[in-house]
Design a protein around this ligand. Sequence first.
Ligand code: ATP
Length: 548
Amino acid sequence: MTKSMDAIMALCKRRGFIYQASEIYGGINGFWDYGPLGAQLKKNLRDAWWEDMILRPAWGRSGPNGKPVRCVPVETCIIQHPKVWEASGHLAGFADPMRKCPGCGHFVRADQYWETMAQWSEWLNTLIQGFEPHTGRYDTEVILKWARTKGKRVAPNLAVVRNPEVTLVALATRINGQPAAPLDMKELVQYLGTEFLEKTGLQEPCPRCGAPLGQPAPFKLMFQSWSGVTQSDENVVYLRPETAQGIFVQFKNVTDTTRVKIPFGIGNAGKSFRNEVTPRNYTYRSREFEQAELEFFCHPEESQAWYAFWRDFRMEWWKSLGLAGENLILREHAKDELSHYSQGTSDVEYRFPFTAPGFGELEGIAHRGDYDLTQHAKHSGAKLEYNDTDRGEILPNGGRRGERYLPHCIEPAAGLDRGVLALLCEAYTKDETRASPEFLKLHPRLAPVKAAIFPLVAKDGMPEVAEKLHADLAARFWRQGAVEMDEKQSIGKRYARMDEAGTPYCFTIDGDTLTNQTVTCRDRDSGQQTRLAIDQVGAFLAEKLGQA
Ligand code: ATP
């Protein structure tokens, strides 16, 4: 069963995972803040990426060359020289085709027109509910009635609402002309937006008000600002739309100043900005978001093997964090979907409640060839060729003339906000039979609160024992996340609170603790309680959190 996005969003707000940005001013479309639990959850995801991609890449596995994988980090600026975006192609090409509505000023992404209609158009949805296509024909009487009543309110600028008779003539002509071929929904919508068929042809009406949409025009996605005191054209700068370009422009510095040798990766994580035309689906499509990207540089002949290596590892990685199951797929792009420079791209996709039964991209793994380094070499004049002294011609004196080439690049590009959202959607569990009917089954590695300590009652010395255990665990596990103590409310309510925060383990100090030095340990997912010696709690938690 599909989970309710409204319920997930309500829990995220109620428990301090995600807030609307600038909420007290009414919010700002496309921007989201993380509250205390959400900020820690996102940090844990970022840390997991950093640990498994930079510090111990691919969990210490050997690459296709049989050697350990080597990666280093960089942290590059959000604002780069504008020529970076010229070279990368973003300045010219990073735009969505947009259609403006002359009636209400609404913008619609041309390539998402039908998806937008189906999901968001109130007028289309009321129209569909209002009539059934009988025997393959559309009943124009029903449409006429709708146009004269409900249609006036929900789609005042739609041709069939403004001028029902003329528009329906066009529709009737179409139906009567070819009775054997019923109109499909797309055609019907176009006919309803068409007043004078001969003059205008079919029209695609605005999903919001029904007026015929204008022609597609490119809409630039990069946020623009000025660097310096004068707000003139020569001072224009852009907020980066991806973190990857920062890696390419520092490629030479990294190879010149460190001992990395091909093959190796450079990782970069941080904020990116895209003035998305229709930010929606909670944090899925935001205007400010965080990416974690790796560029893995390798010899062209080894590039396909590295592409397969990273593609498979990245899928395994998301699975290891709890996204296993049928909600996660790896989708290899078809040839005609690839960018002109790409020799292969796969997306790790998750079935979000709002994309179900379809999937939405979490991460793209692309074989980018030498496209980016070629572009930056051309636009900057810098020599970005790599001198590979492990390859190349052996000289008569036994030395080697290194092989010079532009490395090929494999790019696993993940979105951390989409990652957090997928983890929250996957973790969200509803079970009416429990005292806590909603809870989050977050992986212990990612859970913002790792454990909670409860004195059963606030007397008989229980709070003191609980405080001591809390202090011991907090001192040991603070690097991984919070350990909380809670002595308010009934024990059931305290468990429920922790369940909603996704806390995997709760330890309760009760009457028996005072006599036999044991505590109850409650498992979040099963709700089961077992007894454990109080001096074993630290070791138990360390094992569960994967810490030696
Ligand atoms: P989409 O097709 O969904 O717009 P994309 O293919 O343009 O995404 P990439 O440029 O490949 O995305 O960026 C890599 C990752 O960055 C994506 O897989 C996604 O997780 C994240 N990302 C991209 N755009 C956004 C956004 N507007 N909001 C949140 N995350 C985003």
